[in-house]
Design a protein around this ligand. Structure first.
Ligand code: 4AD
Ligand code: MG
Length: 428
């Protein structure tokens, strides 16, 4: 059994393919069917005089997404998608597909999400998920080559990772457990063992927001580096993001075309990225008439406004302490702020990375835990890292779906994860 991706090796020969019918059309004595086998798509030409009568009769009953077996000669056809065509000599229906719910017409997004298990087969969805897979592979390749050791962090945790407001709680044999909002605290513990580490996995936030950039389950890669300060952390981020974009451009040109992505903007993504302090960002936004006050985290609309005339990603650094998580290091130059950064991207996608230098002073970290009303007991092990050879270190988290949404140009991040989990969606 051949595969569509390797047709170039079989030009002139007869192959047998198995796959799903995307569509058919016929005129008189010739019929065309578009076949997808998961490795590609190819047009098959059925000529009435060249197949058995019952096989010719089939072309009329092949409905979208039925499974067929096709044998025929591989021909070069520059105009056909993929560059090849099959001159069919045998055709068999292997499995029917009656009244396939997704038709070539506009469906509402709720309908499509209810049929996500089938929607995955559609060309734009395939393209988006293939870019996602490339981005994930690029993440691992970049970090592996950079000497990072992958540390798998727990999903069930006993301590709040980011903020108490968006926790999924579950009973853990009488104790309260949370689904991890981040793996960061755990991989910090692995820095003294391996210096450069990262975790990669699903994270969970009970976000009660129905925006284009929020999921309740999303995937995050979190690198963490011993002895890196906030400046070095940003340099790692710009190299990392540039590499990821470059890989997508290099290996997913076809997919980006299917998605009608204007890639010229992505081609410009090269280090260094511009940087701006939070305080400067607030001043710029206020200058443009935005109702933003110093002290609050930037909202989605602030981020969109700030990025309105920008083509490159932008670092916004040193946010106010009260707007950010408890573990971020106090800025010695301005103790009202912490040594942190967000990385914002253009076109309305907002923040794809949050990162920071970590508080390595035991007393200050204890004070922040108390200030946030977090139970110190749950963080005893984390505080131990500041008791036994505390060290400067920094890291960041890059959201996979937001990054892939930006690269592919899809409006909503829910399309860039196979089975999205949203506030109002647990099916399929
Ligand atoms: O800024 P966040 O909350 O940072 C952390 O979790 C840190 N522990 C990371 C670290 O320093 N190791 O989240 C990081 C990124 C965001 O920039 C965004 O891309 C993504 O995770 N993200 C979400 N993506 C989809 N849906 C959500 N609800 C998200 N919340 C955060
Ligand atoms: Mg953030």
């Amino acid at each position: 059994m051949a595969e569509i991706r390797e047709l170039s090796e079989h030009v002139g020969a007869t192959v047998t393919l198995r796959g799903w019918v995307e569509g058919t059309r016929g005129h008189g004595k010739v019929a065309f069917l578009v076949l997808r086998d998961g490795t590609g798509v190819v047009q098959c030409v059925v000529v009435k005089s060249q197949v058995q009568e019952d096989e010719w009769a089939l072309h009329g009953v092949l409905t979208p997404e039925c499974l067929v077996r096709v044998s025929g000669e591989v021909k070069v056809d520059a105009r056909a998608p993929g560059g090849f065509e099959i001159g069919v000599s045998a055709l068999a229906l292997l499995a029917p597909s009656e009244e396939y719910p997704i038709q070539p017409k506009e469906h509402g997004v709720d309908f499509l999400l209810d049929h996500r298990h089938l929607w995955l087969r559609s060309s734009q969805q395939r393209a988006g998920l293939r870019v996602r897979a490339e981005v994930e592979q690029a993440v691992h390749d970049f970090l592996y080559r950079g000497g990072f050791v992958r540390i798998d962090s727990p999903i069930l945790t006993g301590a709040v990772g980011e903020h108490a407001g968006s926790l999924f709680e579950t009973d853990y044999f009488g104790e309260t457990a949370y689904l991890a909002q981040t793996g960061q605290l755990y991989i910090e513990a692995a820095c003294p063992a391996f210096r450069r580490v990262y975790c990669f996995g699903p994270t969970f936030r009970a976000e009660k927001s129905k925006t284009r950039r929020h999921l309740t389950e999303f995937w995050m890669v979190e690198p963490e580096v011993a002895f890196a300060d906030s400046d070095e952390n940003m340099r790692l981020q710009e190299d990392f993001v540039s590499y990821i974009v470059e890989r997508a451009l290099e290996n997913c040109a076809e997919e980006l075309k299917v998605l009608e992505r204007d890639t010229s903007r992505l081609e410009a993504v090269k280090p260094p990225f511009p940087r701006m302090s939070y305080t400067e960002a607030v001043a710029e936004l206020q200058g443009r008439g935005a109702a933003v006050e110093w002290g609050k985290d930037l909202g989605a609309s602030d981020e969109t406004e700030l990025m309105a005339d920008r083509e490159l990603p932008l670092f916004v650094h040193d946010y106010p302490k009260q707007a950010k998580a408890f573990y971020m290091k106090e800025n010695p130059a301005d103790p009202r702020t912490v040594l942190c950064n967000d990385l914002l991207v253009p076109e309305g996608y907002g923040e794809i990375i949050g990162g920071s230098q970590r508080e390595d002073d035991l007393g200050r970290l204890q004070a922040r835990i108390a200030e946030e009303g977090l139970p110190e007991k749950a963080y005893a092990w984390y505080l131990d890292l500041r008791r036994y050879g505390t060290f400067p270190h920094s890291g960041f988290g890059l959201g996979i779906e937001r990054t892939v949404a930006w690269i592919t140009g899809r409006h909503h991040i829910r399309e860039l994860i196979p089975f999205p989990r949203l506030m109002n969606r647990l099916y399929p």
